[in-house]
Design a protein around this ligand. Structure first.
Ligand code: GLC
Length: 526
């Protein structure tokens, strides 16, 4: 009902489509990504009637709703799994991936995204089941045609109610290599080469498209860990009949340490530009990008890529410009539009996220990472940073609830909240409204091709968008200090028009004098 209350707010922000995290029945081992009934709403969130009312409210405002489709796995409390684990000859046994022990141990050496082995032993039938995520998230067996039919029927159920498409959870992991061979390596995520973009994934998605998606007017985005541009062309290619977009993770790795997330390494801007640019040019004309710096699995972007202290406002706005002026569909994660910051978690007991809790245990128990270092990394990279209550106003719990929220409210709510920013014409919120409008007013933002300028500059991200004779110049200073930057002469010669900037307007000159975290967008008609 809280969402229903805020639909006008979303409409005014310029939102076209709402992607809602899972709201189905779930024991909440992984914040709703462990579903025990795909056709019911989680009690904490309301009823099916509430859901229908929300959907009606969304449609009457000319917006659309994307449901989160979580079908790589279910909850272990889902009826299918309860049946499946009850005996070896139960009709649901083959809905999941069961294997005999090998030499009295796990069937292979695969590890889980949430630490430890990807297998759980089940006393009752003396076999192991596969779980790429928590042991309460058993993987569905996509080789089984009946499972696929069940999934397609369930998708039709939600599309029949009127939902407008799906964000597909770990969509690149459905197909496992037959035989489930041992993975390479001995640390980190072992075995992924045998299920990321697995052998039948495109066949499955084309089947899903043929059976379900093609029969409705829908929008789809597949979450696709470890996917290259070449893979993304296969998923999103205009002639492929699979998905509209994928979420890539490559740009989320620019502050990892050799692939390890748990570090406090600062993001490398040159690398960030290289990765974005590769995707921008690689998909141009053949597929479609999704653009994000934030979601429920990532820390807050202003703390990660900007400055959540002195230049909080400037850097949050700069990041919005940098991302939204690229080619693709931009995603705004709740609270990003008011510059919500990372939380401070004092100890692991304050966290709720199973990934962080398990990683803390894994890395601190054998002394690989000291507990205080691990807490620092969790504060920097942990998913709970994104999951504290949305900050509506300066009242108790930031106006999110009069009850007890699942995580403490971020103390920054007294300053960072919607009510305060509604009042302030110069706020991050009002800036987001402008940035979002630009995409709608200037087709070049949607359709223009992309060209990176100064690839080696480690403080400035500058790029052009080009559509026929028309051009945009986007200049973003990622540093907390002033910078001079020489810009292509034609923007000065043709007296380019400033479309947006996060500082009071300044004149265009051959060399721009950029303020800390300044962003500007110039336009020439050609
Ligand atoms: C995806 C979701 C994440 C969840 C995981 C398992 O990565 O975005 O929140 O934990 O899949 O479903």
């Amino acid at each position: 009902r809280g969402v229903i209350e805020k639909l006008d707010y979303l409409k005014e922000l310029g939102v076209d489509v709402i992607w809602m995290s899972p709201c189905y029945k779930s024991p909440n081992d992984d914040n709703g990504y462990d579903i025990s009934d795909y056709r019911a709403i989680m009690d904490e969130f309301g009823t099916m009637e509430d859901f229908r009312e929300m959907l009606e409210g969304i449609h009457s405002r000319d917006m659309k709703l994307l449901m989160d489709l979580v079908v790589n796995h279910t909850s272990d409390e889902h009826r299918w799994f309860v049946e499946s684990r009850s005996s070896k000859d139960n009709p649901y046994r083959d809905y999941y991936i069961w294997r005999d022990p090998k030499d009295g141990k796990e069937p292979n050496n695969w590890t889980s995204y949430f630490s430890g082995p990807a297998w759980q032993y089940d006393e009752k039938t003396g076999q192991y089941y596969l779980h790429l995520f928590s042991k309460k998230q058993p993987d569905l067996n996509w080789e089984n045609e009946t499972v696929r039919r069940e999934v397609y029927d369930m998708m039709k159920f939600w599309l029949g109610i009127g939902c407008d498409g799906f964000r597909m959870d770990v969509a690149s992991l459905y197909s496992k290599t037959p035989g489930l061979p041992d993975g390479k390596g001995t640390t980190g995520l072992i075995g992924h080469e045998y299920y990321q973009n697995g052998p039948r994934i495109h066949e499955f998605l084309r089947e899903m498209n043929r059976e379900v998606l093609s029969k409705y007017d829908v929008i789809t985005v597949g979450e696709a860990p470890c996917t290259s541009v070449e893979d993304a062309i296969k998923y999103t290619g205009f002639d492929r009949q699979e998905l509209n977009m994928v979420f890539t993770f490559e740009h989320m790795d620019v502050d990892s340490d050799n692939g390890l997330k748990w570090t406090d390494k600062k993001p490398d801007l040159v690398e960030l530009k290289r990765v974005f640019s590769k995707w921008q040019t690689g998909l141009n004309g053949v597929g479609w990008n999704s653009l994000y710096l934030n979601n429920h699995d990532q820390p807050r972007m202003v703390s990660r890529f900007g400055d959540d202290g002195k230049y909080w406002k400037e850097s949050a706005k700069m990041l919005a410009v940098c991302l939204h002026m690229m080619q693709g569909t931009p995603y705004v994660y709740q609270g990003e539009e008011i510059g919500m910051k990372n939380m401070v978690f004092h100890n692991i007991e304050e966290c709720n996220d199973i990934e962080a809790i398990n990683a803390y245990k894994e890395y601190t128990s054998d002394g690989r990472i000291a507990p205080e270092d691990m807490m620092r990394y969790i504060n920097r990279k942990g998913r709970d940073n994104a999951r504290t209550p949305m900050q509506w106003n300066a009242e108790k719990n930031a106006g999110f609830t009069t009850g007890t929220p699942w995580l403490k409210t971020n103390p920054c709510y007294t300053e960072v909240n919607v009510a305060a920013q509604e009042e302030d014409p110069d706020s991050i919120l009002n800036f987001y409204r402008k940035v979002i409008r630009l995409r709608k007013d200037y087709p070049i933002v949607v359709y223009g091709s992309y060209e990176l300028l100064y690839p080696e500059h480690d403080k400035i991200y500058a790029y052009e968008r080009i559509l026929g004779q028309e051009k945009l110049l986007i200049v973003c200073n990622f540093a907390g200090e002033a910078m001079d930057l020489e810009i292509p002469a034609e923007f000065v010669e043709k007296s380019a028009k400033l479309l947006i900037s996060n500082y009071p307007e300044t004149k265009i000159t051959d060399t721009l004098h950029l303020q800390p975290y300044e962003a500007r967008v110039y336009h020439i008609e050609g």
